[in-house]
Design a binder for this molecule. Structure first.
Ligand SMILES: Nc1ncnc2c1ncn2[C@@H]1O[C@H](COP(=O)(O)OP(=O)(O)OP(=O)(O)O)[C@@H](O)[C@H]1O
Ligand SMILES: [Mg+2]
Length: 160
C-alpha cells in the first residue's frame, strides 16, 4: 500500500479506539454528523464508507459533501463509478465500486491519480478495491439494526 502522494498523512480524525465502538444514529443524526465531519475535513483525505445495500453510504456522502462546501447535487455514481464535485478547498471524488468486477478495472477509471490527488476522496464499497486502497485513511462503516429500521450503527476508525 502506498501513502497518499508525498503529503504528510492526514492525522486521525477519530480516536483509534472508536473503531471498537459504534453509534446508533437516525438519518438526521447521521446527516448532522456527516456535515460536521465535512466542515472539519481538509485535503488530501481518503474516507472509505462500507455497508450493505441501503445502509446509508450515499446519504452519509451527501452530508460530508454538504459540510465540505459542495453545492451541486450529489448522486450515486453507480454506473459512472466516479463523480467529481468542486468545493472551495479542493475537488471531491466520490466513488461507488459496487459494479467493479476486478481490482484491475480501477486502472480504467484512473484510480491511482484519483486517490493521490489533493482532494477529498469518498469511496463506497471499498472492499472491491482490494489492496489498491492507500494507507492512511478514515474507515467508516454503516450497519442496519434488525429491530430499528430508522437507525444505523456507525463505526468510525483510522487505517494507518
Ligand atoms: N439512520 C439512517 N441513516 C441513513 N439512511 C437511513 C437511515 N434510516 C433510514 N435511512 C434510509 O436508508 C436509505 C439509505 O440509502 P443510501 O442510498 O444512502 O444507501 P447506500 O448504502 O448508499 O446504498 P447502495 O449500496 O445501494 O449504494 C435511504 O433511503 C435513507 O432514507
Ligand atoms: Mg450508495
Amino acid at each position: 500500500m502506498t501513502p497518499i502522494g508525498e503529503q504528510p498523512s492526514h492525522p486521525p480524525l477519530v480516536p483509534p479506539l472508536a473503531e471498537h465502538g459504534a453509534l446508533a444514529m437516525t438519518e438526521g443524526e447521521l446527516r448532522d454528523w456527516g456535515r460536521r465531519f465535512g466542515r472539519s475535513a481538509h485535503a488530501p483525505l481518503l474516507v472509505t464508507i462500507a455497508g450493505e445495500l441501503g445502509a446509508g453510504k450515499t446519504t452519509l456522502v451527501q452530508a460530508l459533501c454538504a459540510g465540505y462546501g459542495v453545492t451541486e447535487e450529489v448522486t450515486s455514481p453507480t454506473f459512472a463509478l466516479v463523480h467529481e464535485y468542486q468545493a472551495p478547498r479542493s475537488p471531491v471524488h466520490h466513488l461507488d465500486l459496487y459494479r467493479l468486477e476486478r481490482p484491475d478495472q480501477l486502472d480504467e477509471i484512473g484510480w491511482d491519480e484519483l486517490v493521490s490527488a489533493r482532494a477529498v476522496v469518498l469511496v463506497e464499497w471499498p472492499e472491491r478495491a482490494g489492496d489498491r486502497l492507500p494507507a492512511g485513511h478514515v474507515t467508516l462503516s454503516l450497519q442496519h439494526l434488525p429491530d430499528d429500521p430508522g437507525r444505523r450503527l456507525l463505526y468510525a476508525g483510522w487505517h494507518p
